[in-house]
Design a protein around this ligand. Structure first.
Ligand SMILES: Nc1ncnc2c1ncn2[C@@H]1O[C@H](COP(=O)(O)OP(=O)(O)OP(=O)(O)O)[C@@H](O)[C@H]1O
Length: 309
């Protein structure tokens, strides 16, 4: 049974349709990422699930409960990361966690949360002197104080440098290790690809694709772009191009200086044939490159437009 089910969720603001009939379900223990460009409807979707906004229509079930009937029980089992701007500058890290822990019936010891978000050594620092990454980790800590089953993080890594971003990824992965479910939003394709079990791509309030990152990429295309460089200019270039064209699945063969480029839907067989040929003809290969399809290519393929990060 899914831990979260969302059916036909819809929300409009005056003339803007922010969320347009969105449905999905999330299994316990998943890292589920909602990704989309600015204004796609990610925050509105998340806030409706968190009970912070009321949908115009649609259904939200969290562990078979709903906000109308079971608001108090739901609040005990979810954790929502606040915006870092909502933290109190003058409180220390420890005090910030302690204040929030006091709001719940069941809470985790603050020391444990500090350890989990790797802020133990900064426990007595005031919020205002923390770095951006430390503030985000503290905000995640606040979401953890009631030891929730489901966590909601809205763009937890926006604006952070690569190392600070990776520290947040580690926390999310550790939460998965504890069996927690995390639903997060992001602008970063790489983050969705590396971190998530499943990715829901939204654009203009609608889901345009939902699957594991691997499947999304695989379904789009099995085609790869391959290039091979040689130490010297190839002899009989035209003959070579003709031979490569005959390999199964190969299209778009071209050469430029000492490099051969082609696309193939059968990477393994094409490379096997190619290396057989270069070996038999004693052609030395200097470098080989294979370009993978990324989630960004998936977005462009579904929407026909560039990803606006
Ligand atoms: N309170 C509001 N009043 C009016 N329009 C709103 C309100 N909240 C959101 N919108 C509009 O709804 C649409 C979806 O906004 P939302 O914040 O959910 O998108 P988002 O994907 O989270 O974007 P971002 O990545 O920029 O945070 C946008 O067009 C936005 O301008």
């Amino acid at each position: 049974m899914p831990i979260l089910e969302v059916k036909e969720l819809r929300k409009t603001f005056q003339t803007v349709v922010a969320v347009d009939s969105i449905s999905f379900s999330v299994e316990a223990g998943e890292i589920f990422t909602i990704i989309g460009p600015n204004g796609a409807g990610k925050t509105t979707t998340l806030e409706m699930i968190e009970g912070l906004q009321t949908p115009d229509s649609g259904e939200i079930k969290i562990k078979e409960m709903n906000w109308k009937r079971n608001a108090e029980q739901i609040k005990q089992i979810i954790g929502v990361q606040p915006q870092t701007s909502a933290l109190f500058d003058l409180l220390t890290v420890y005090e910030s966690l302690d204040v929030f822990a006091g709001l719940y019936k069941r809470s985790r010891p603050v020391e444990e949360v500090l350890e989990f978000i790797n802020l133990t050594e900064h426990r007595n620092k005031r919020v205002k002197v923390l770095s951006g990454g430390q503030k985000q980790r503290l905000a995640i800590g606040i979401a953890l104080v009631n030891d929730p089953d489901i966590l909601f993080f809205d763009e937890p890594t926006t604006g952070l440098d690569p190392q600070a971003r990776r520290n947040i990824w580690d926390i999310v992965r550790n939460l998965k290790g504890l069996g927690k479910t995390t639903i997060l939003t992001t602008h970063y394709m790489e983050e969705a690809e590396k971190l998530s079990d499943r990715v829901c791509i939204v654009d203009q309030g609608k889901i345009i694709a939902l699957d594991t990152p691997q499947n999304l990429i695989y379904l789009l295309s099995q085609e790869r772009e391959i290039h091979l460089s040689f130490p010297t200019t190839l002899k009989d270039v035209e003959k070579f191009v003709d031979i490569v064209m005959q390999y199964p699945g190969v299209t778009n063969v071209k050469t430029e200086l000492n490099t051969l480029y082609f696309s193939t839907t059968n990477t393994e067989q094409s490379l096997y044939e190619l290396f057989k040929y270069t070996t038999e003809n004693q052609i030395e290969v200097k470098q080989i490159g294979i370009k993978d399809v990324s989630l960004e290519d998936v977005f462009i393929s579904y929407t026909g437009k560039e990803w606006r990060d």
